[in-house]
Write a protein that binds this ligand. Structure first.
Ligand code: K7E
Ligand code: RUQ
Ligand code: CUA
Length: 647
């Protein structure tokens, strides 16, 4: 790279150096070679895929690193016209819940699937914080493959965090709520008796990735914030940060932050798994949706399930311990060795680091400091490895590099602090613009972190870009962490509000990416595998149009015999067998918007015409020199007309 692109790099480096618009406050941290470090020449690929949560946009975005180029937005809990997601009959069931269609959610966290504690590039799991759901995105197609609703939960902020061999992803409830079978009409001020904190263990099928609620742990009505699975020696454990251990039903500071310390909850999930295998736990009636997009039929189905197995944690001594953690812990991160558990109290001015070995010793020696709601509380000093002193204000989240260092985001003092995990000394700090939330180092959450880049996802943007009215794009910042000092090298806008993100070397994913679907393998019930198979037929008030899309025509393109009030299904098959030749489909007045159909795939738009008239239809994706010709007409006659179907 050095010799080949040197001219471009010099030019860019100069530009960066001469940039008169650069905000003054960033001047001290941007150096002259920053441009060279993020420059990916035209036609060249980025080194990493970066999967970034979209917060309240309900989407997951994919960036290239180090360029910061947006590669794709993957709709998960949202509808998305660009992909026809949520508009086609095949994708609509993905957004089903026990409440009906919920085409939005608040996507906070990203966990890529792991094998032996390393990111394996098969799937990305994400959570929906509002109508509690977790989803799995398949990285062969970069599409949402599954969405699972979670019962007994109110929000699932503490999710989805994954075990080292993707055995489970977990989801802790953000709001304690009365369990679903008792949630009829309960006074809010009966919080202490009636509200429960629930943690869902969601099993992940080894080969297919299919998720289901394996079991739930139920306990006192605390709020779970974040969590992480143990690694290596601590692999059989899970650690959750909690807040509102006062169990107040209003979270104004006076109620919920009275305690000097809340807790990190340590859960022996191997033991929970064993108890479940032995038939322990009780069956509870619930309702939750399990939605899957079938790889073979390219069609989603939604199933409502009605039972979960619940373990009441206080019934099983040894399953759960509490570890005191200063003031409203937020992040709870485990270092690559699995020995150190880092708690981050949002309102604390230090970072406590706990030792897994010491926790085990404390349990063996019963070094307890009483109980919390029947759960043993390990003495703070007995679990503590040490404290990072004066790291900054408002520690939130920690990631790790390959040299034994940790990086913690400081929301209040708006900086990233680098510290050494062994001696707990602060090594470096850099400002962020502004108020950083999560951080991300590729692999920084796994057993095998890298040490080249770190991204800060900021909560406030202000003056970082040209103003765009009252609403500004959210912002990410890329740092070079290969040297002793962190160095800011790039700002780039993000989609929605980014919370957690993960990244993996492009090689792990690139080779498996699907380029198109084989038309021979298309088994959609309404597929037309060639233009001669295209047809229109009526079944009562339903009319099926088995249509083909091929450069540059719709077949059929002139349809008559449709009546007002008919349910018309355009089953559009893209006959192309080449990479990156989608066709789109839209018809005037259709409430379900439009389709985007990948080569070899069949996708259905449902349309109920309400007025007689002439309805143009066309391909929405510019596909050839004759793209504008890829169009046609549908004649809609009044209800009861006897114009015969013709095409
Ligand atoms: Cu700190 Cu929802 Cu992970 Cu955002 S949470 S920052
Ligand atoms: S057509 S290339 Cu509307 Cu000019 Cu788009
Ligand atoms: Cu097909 Cu434009």
């Amino acid at each position: 790279m050095k010799t080949k692109y040197v001219h471009g790099m010099v030019a860019l480096a100069l530009l960066a150096g001469l940039n008169g618009c650069k905000p003054k406050n960033a001047g001290s941290v941007v150096s002259g070679d920053a441009a060279a470090k993020v420059y990916v020449a035209p036609g060249k690929y980025d080194e990493y895929y970066n999967f970034v949560s979209g917060g309240f946009s309900g989407q997951l975005s994919v960036y290239g690193l180090p360029s910061g180029r947006l590669l794709r937005v993957i709709p998960v809990f949202s509808v998305d016209p660009e992909k026809g997601w949520g508009y086609s009959e095949e994708t609509k069931p993905m957004l089903n819940t026990s409440h009906g269609q919920v085409p939005w959610d608040d996507l906070h966290h990203v966990s890529m699937s792991q094998t032996n504690g390393e990111i394996d590039g098969r799937w990305v799991f994400v959570n929906g914080n509002n109508t509690p759901r977790v989803a799995r995105v398949d990285l062969k197609t970069f599409r949402t493959a599954e969405i699972l609703e979670l019962p007994n939960s109110g929000g699932n902020h503490s999710s989805p965090f994954i075990t080292e061999n993707s055995e489970y992803i977990v989801a802790g409830t953000r709001f304690s709520v009365p369990p679903d079978d008792k949630s009829g009409d309960v006074p809010i001020n009966t919080y202490k008796e009636n509200f429960k904190g629930t943690i869902s263990f969601i099993s992940v099928d080894k080969d297919k990735g299919n998720m289901d609620v394996a079991f739930q742990l139920q306990g006192p009505g605390v709020n779970f914030d974040l969590s992480h699975a143990g690694k290596g020696k601590s692999a059989g454990w899970f650690f959750f940060s909690t807040y509102n251990t006062e169990q107040a039903n209003t979270l104004l500071e006076v109620n919920a932050s009275k305690r000097d310390k809340d807790f990190i909850m340590a859960v022996n999930w191997k033991m929970a798994e064993k108890l479940i295998k032995e038939g322990k736990g009780r069956k509870q009636a619930v309702k939750y949706a399990s939605n899957r997009f079938d790889e073979k039929t390219h069609t989603a189905t939604s199933t409502i399930k009605n039972q979960v197995t619940v373990l009441d944690i206080r019934d099983y001594p040894g399953l759960v311990y509490m570890i005191p953690c200063p003031k409203s812990p937020h992040g709870c991160d485990v270092d690559p060795t699995g020995e150190y558990i880092v708690g981050s109290g949002k309102l604390a001015a230090l970072i406590p680091v706990f030792s897994f070995d010491k926790i085990q010793k404390a349990i063996a020696n019963k070094s307890f400091d009483g109980e919390y709601e029947g759960i043993p509380v390990i003495k703070y000093e007995a679990a503590l490895y040490g404290e990072v002193k004066k790291p900054g204000l408002g520690p939130l989240h920690t990631e790790f590099d390959d040299k034994g260092n940790a990086y913690t985001s400081m929301f209040v003092s708006s900086e990233v602090v680098k510290w050494n995990v062994k001696d707990l000394k602060v090594l470096d700090r850099v400002p962020t613009y502004y108020s950083v939330g999560h951080l991300m180092i590729p692999g920084g959450d796994s057993r095998k972190p890298t040490g080249k880049y770190m991204v800060a996802y900021n909560k406030i943007t202000k003056d970082r870009y040209l103003p765009t009215g009252p609403e500004l794009s959210q912002s990410a910042q890329l740092y070079d962490i290969s040297g002793d000092k962190m160095q800011l090298i790039l700002d780039y806008p993000t989609i929605g509000e980014p919370h957690y993100a993960q990244a993996v070397s492009a090689d792990v994913i690139k080779a498996n990416s699907v380029k198109f679907f084989r038309i021979e393998e298309n088994n959609h019930p309404y597929v037309a595998k060639g233009e001669s198979n295209a047809k229109v037929f009526r079944e009562g008030n339903k009319v099926h149009v088995n249509m083909t899309l091929m450069r540059s025509h719709l077949t059929p393109d002139n349809i008559e015999g449709i009546r007002v009030g008919d349910e018309v299904y355009f089953h559009t098959t893209n006959l192309e067998q080449d990479w990156d030749v989608p066709h789109g489909f839209a018809i005037k007045g259709a409430l379900n918007a439009e389709l985007l159909v990948m080569p070899g795939e069949t996708t259905t738009l449902k349309w109920i015409p309400t007025k007689a008239g002439m309805y143009p239809m066309y391909c929405t994706d510019f596909c050839s020199a004759l793209h504008q010709e890829m169009s046609g007409y549908v004649r809609v006659s009044p209800a009861g007309s006897n114009v015969p179907i013709s095409f």
